[in-house]
Unconditional design. Structure first.
Length: 219
Protein backbone atom coordinates (compact mmCIF):
# COMPACT_ATOMS: atom_id res chain seq x y z
CA UNK A 1 0.00 0.00 0.00
CA UNK A 2 2.86 2.34 0.81
CA UNK A 3 2.82 5.50 -1.33
CA UNK A 4 0.76 3.93 -4.10
CA UNK A 5 -1.57 6.16 -6.04
CA UNK A 6 -5.11 4.81 -5.82
CA UNK A 7 -6.47 3.48 -9.06
CA UNK A 8 -8.71 0.70 -7.81
CA UNK A 9 -8.88 -1.10 -4.50
CA UNK A 10 -11.01 -3.74 -2.87
CA UNK A 11 -13.89 -2.42 -0.76
CA UNK A 12 -12.88 -1.76 2.83
CA UNK A 13 -9.21 -2.57 2.30
CA UNK A 14 -8.72 -1.30 5.82
CA UNK A 15 -5.89 0.80 7.10
CA UNK A 16 -4.24 0.59 10.48
CA UNK A 17 -2.38 2.88 12.81
CA UNK A 18 1.21 3.08 11.53
CA UNK A 19 0.25 2.67 7.87
CA UNK A 20 1.11 5.20 5.20
CA UNK A 21 -2.16 5.51 3.30
CA UNK A 22 -2.24 5.39 -0.50
CA UNK A 23 -1.82 8.72 -2.20
CA UNK A 24 -4.70 10.19 -4.19
CA UNK A 25 -5.57 13.20 -6.25
CA UNK A 26 -9.16 14.37 -6.47
CA UNK A 27 -11.46 17.31 -7.10
CA UNK A 28 -12.48 19.21 -4.01
CA UNK A 29 -14.36 22.35 -3.04
CA UNK A 30 -11.08 24.30 -2.98
CA UNK A 31 -9.77 22.85 -6.26
CA UNK A 32 -7.69 19.72 -6.93
CA UNK A 33 -6.03 18.21 -3.85
CA UNK A 34 -3.30 15.60 -3.52
CA UNK A 35 -2.86 13.78 -0.24
CA UNK A 36 0.95 13.70 -0.39
CA UNK A 37 1.04 17.50 -0.80
CA UNK A 38 0.03 17.69 2.88
CA UNK A 39 3.34 16.20 4.05
CA UNK A 40 5.05 18.42 6.58
CA UNK A 41 1.79 19.29 8.36
CA UNK A 42 -0.71 17.32 10.35
CA UNK A 43 -3.85 16.37 8.48
CA UNK A 44 -7.21 15.16 9.69
CA UNK A 45 -8.87 13.34 6.80
CA UNK A 46 -12.45 12.40 7.55
CA UNK A 47 -15.40 10.96 5.72
CA UNK A 48 -19.09 11.74 6.17
CA UNK A 49 -22.03 9.65 4.96
CA UNK A 50 -23.75 12.25 2.80
CA UNK A 51 -24.26 15.94 2.13
CA UNK A 52 -27.59 17.47 3.21
CA UNK A 53 -27.97 15.22 6.24
CA UNK A 54 -28.61 16.46 9.77
CA UNK A 55 -25.69 15.07 11.78
CA UNK A 56 -23.17 15.85 9.02
CA UNK A 57 -24.43 19.42 8.82
CA UNK A 58 -23.82 19.91 12.55
CA UNK A 59 -20.31 18.46 12.22
CA UNK A 60 -19.39 20.80 9.37
CA UNK A 61 -20.79 23.84 11.19
CA UNK A 62 -18.85 23.00 14.38
CA UNK A 63 -15.62 22.10 12.55
CA UNK A 64 -15.77 25.36 10.63
CA UNK A 65 -16.34 27.34 13.83
CA UNK A 66 -13.21 25.69 15.27
CA UNK A 67 -11.12 25.67 12.09
CA UNK A 68 -8.70 28.22 13.60
CA UNK A 69 -8.03 25.85 16.52
CA UNK A 70 -6.83 23.18 14.07
CA UNK A 71 -4.78 25.74 12.11
CA UNK A 72 -3.07 26.87 15.35
CA UNK A 73 -1.88 23.28 15.75
CA UNK A 74 -0.52 23.23 12.20
CA UNK A 75 -3.26 20.81 11.23
CA UNK A 76 -5.29 20.88 8.03
CA UNK A 77 -8.76 19.40 7.64
CA UNK A 78 -9.95 17.45 4.61
CA UNK A 79 -13.43 15.95 4.26
CA UNK A 80 -14.63 13.34 1.80
CA UNK A 81 -17.91 11.80 0.71
CA UNK A 82 -19.39 10.01 -2.27
CA UNK A 83 -21.38 13.11 -3.24
CA UNK A 84 -20.40 15.12 -6.31
CA UNK A 85 -18.48 18.35 -6.21
CA UNK A 86 -21.65 20.23 -7.17
CA UNK A 87 -23.59 18.62 -4.36
CA UNK A 88 -20.83 19.75 -1.97
CA UNK A 89 -21.08 23.30 -3.35
CA UNK A 90 -24.86 23.40 -2.97
CA UNK A 91 -24.64 22.09 0.61
CA UNK A 92 -21.94 24.62 1.55
CA UNK A 93 -24.04 27.42 0.08
CA UNK A 94 -26.98 26.28 2.22
CA UNK A 95 -24.78 26.13 5.35
CA UNK A 96 -23.61 29.67 4.64
CA UNK A 97 -27.16 30.96 4.18
CA UNK A 98 -28.60 29.16 7.19
CA UNK A 99 -25.73 29.31 9.70
CA UNK A 100 -23.64 32.21 8.37
CA UNK A 101 -20.59 29.89 8.28
CA UNK A 102 -18.22 29.43 5.34
CA UNK A 103 -16.70 25.97 5.17
CA UNK A 104 -13.23 26.66 3.81
CA UNK A 105 -11.49 23.32 4.26
CA UNK A 106 -11.64 21.04 1.20
CA UNK A 107 -14.42 18.53 0.71
CA UNK A 108 -13.32 15.86 -1.74
CA UNK A 109 -15.77 14.22 -4.14
CA UNK A 110 -15.49 10.45 -4.37
CA UNK A 111 -18.42 9.37 -6.55
CA UNK A 112 -16.73 6.15 -7.67
CA UNK A 113 -15.81 5.24 -4.06
CA UNK A 114 -12.26 4.56 -5.13
CA UNK A 115 -10.76 6.58 -2.29
CA UNK A 116 -13.34 5.61 0.33
CA UNK A 117 -12.84 1.93 -0.49
CA UNK A 118 -9.05 2.12 -0.35
CA UNK A 119 -9.25 3.83 3.03
CA UNK A 120 -11.82 1.40 4.44
CA UNK A 121 -14.40 4.18 4.76
CA UNK A 122 -17.12 2.14 3.05
CA UNK A 123 -18.74 -0.67 4.98
CA UNK A 124 -18.23 -3.73 2.73
CA UNK A 125 -21.55 -5.38 3.48
CA UNK A 126 -23.71 -2.26 3.38
CA UNK A 127 -26.39 -1.96 0.76
CA UNK A 128 -25.67 1.70 0.25
CA UNK A 129 -22.45 3.32 -0.79
CA UNK A 130 -22.29 5.96 1.93
CA UNK A 131 -18.99 6.27 3.77
CA UNK A 132 -19.08 5.90 7.54
CA UNK A 133 -17.71 8.63 9.81
CA UNK A 134 -14.08 7.62 9.68
CA UNK A 135 -11.39 10.01 10.89
CA UNK A 136 -7.68 9.61 10.20
CA UNK A 137 -5.08 11.62 12.09
CA UNK A 138 -2.09 11.74 9.71
CA UNK A 139 1.24 13.08 10.95
CA UNK A 140 3.69 15.30 9.04
CA UNK A 141 5.51 12.19 7.75
CA UNK A 142 2.26 10.96 6.21
CA UNK A 143 1.69 8.15 8.74
CA UNK A 144 -1.71 7.33 10.27
CA UNK A 145 -1.33 7.93 14.01
CA UNK A 146 -4.93 7.50 15.18
CA UNK A 147 -8.24 6.67 13.63
CA UNK A 148 -11.85 6.61 14.76
CA UNK A 149 -14.98 5.18 13.21
CA UNK A 150 -18.44 6.38 14.19
CA UNK A 151 -21.77 5.26 12.78
CA UNK A 152 -23.88 7.55 10.61
CA UNK A 153 -26.20 8.41 13.47
CA UNK A 154 -23.58 9.65 15.98
CA UNK A 155 -21.70 12.88 15.35
CA UNK A 156 -18.05 13.29 16.26
CA UNK A 157 -16.84 15.44 19.16
CA UNK A 158 -14.72 18.33 17.89
CA UNK A 159 -13.12 18.87 21.35
CA UNK A 160 -12.11 15.19 21.35
CA UNK A 161 -10.58 15.55 17.88
CA UNK A 162 -8.55 18.51 19.16
CA UNK A 163 -7.58 16.62 22.32
CA UNK A 164 -6.40 13.62 20.31
CA UNK A 165 -4.33 15.90 18.11
CA UNK A 166 -2.87 17.66 21.17
CA UNK A 167 -2.02 14.30 22.74
CA UNK A 168 -0.31 13.02 19.58
CA UNK A 169 1.71 16.23 19.27
CA UNK A 170 2.64 16.20 22.98
CA UNK A 171 3.80 12.58 23.05
CA UNK A 172 5.96 13.23 19.99
CA UNK A 173 7.48 16.36 21.52
CA UNK A 174 8.11 14.92 24.99
CA UNK A 175 8.45 11.23 24.14
CA UNK A 176 5.85 10.40 26.77
CA UNK A 177 2.50 8.65 27.09
CA UNK A 178 -0.86 10.42 27.40
CA UNK A 179 -3.03 8.91 30.15
CA UNK A 180 -6.82 8.70 30.27
CA UNK A 181 -8.55 12.06 30.02
CA UNK A 182 -5.23 13.80 29.37
CA UNK A 183 -5.55 17.48 28.50
CA UNK A 184 -2.96 20.08 27.53
CA UNK A 185 -1.07 21.10 30.68
CA UNK A 186 -1.49 17.71 32.38
CA UNK A 187 1.54 15.55 33.06
CA UNK A 188 2.43 12.83 30.58
CA UNK A 189 3.52 9.40 31.76
CA UNK A 190 6.94 7.78 31.36
CA UNK A 191 7.38 4.39 29.77
CA UNK A 192 7.87 1.58 32.31
CA UNK A 193 11.44 0.78 33.22
CA UNK A 194 13.05 -2.26 31.64
CA UNK A 195 15.63 -2.50 34.41
CA UNK A 196 14.93 -4.99 37.22
CA UNK A 197 17.07 -3.02 39.68
CA UNK A 198 14.75 -0.03 39.18
CA UNK A 199 11.74 -2.27 39.77
CA UNK A 200 13.14 -3.36 43.16
CA UNK A 201 14.26 0.15 44.05
CA UNK A 202 10.91 1.78 43.16
CA UNK A 203 9.32 3.81 45.95
CA UNK A 204 6.14 1.71 45.81
CA UNK A 205 4.64 -1.18 43.87
CA UNK A 206 3.47 0.92 40.90
CA UNK A 207 6.14 3.62 40.63
CA UNK A 208 8.32 1.60 38.23
CA UNK A 209 5.62 1.33 35.57
CA UNK A 210 3.09 4.06 36.34
CA UNK A 211 4.98 7.28 36.77
CA UNK A 212 4.58 10.85 35.60
CA UNK A 213 7.17 12.65 33.54
CA UNK A 214 8.59 15.79 35.08
CA UNK A 215 6.73 18.61 33.29
CA UNK A 216 8.59 20.28 30.47
CA UNK A 217 11.22 17.51 30.22
CA UNK A 218 11.87 14.70 27.83
CA UNK A 219 11.95 11.21 29.29
C1 LIG B 1 -26.78 12.37 9.22
O1 LIG B 1 -25.72 12.96 8.99
O2 LIG B 1 -27.65 12.88 9.90
C2 LIG B 1 -27.02 11.00 8.67
C3 LIG B 1 -26.35 10.58 7.53
C4 LIG B 1 -26.60 9.32 7.02
C5 LIG B 1 -27.49 8.49 7.65
C6 LIG B 1 -28.15 8.91 8.82
C7 LIG B 1 -27.89 10.18 9.33
Amino acid sequence: MENETVTSAPACAGLRIGDTPPDFEARSTIGPVKLSAYRGRWLILFSHPADFTPVCTTEFVELSKQAADFAKRDCELMALSVDSLFSHFAWLRLIKERFDIEVRFPIVEDPTLVIGSAFGMVAPNDNDSATVRTTFFIDPEGVIRAMTCYPANVGRSIPEMLRTLDALQAIDKKDGLAPANWQVGDALLRSPTQDLDEVYKAADETEWFLREMPKGKRK
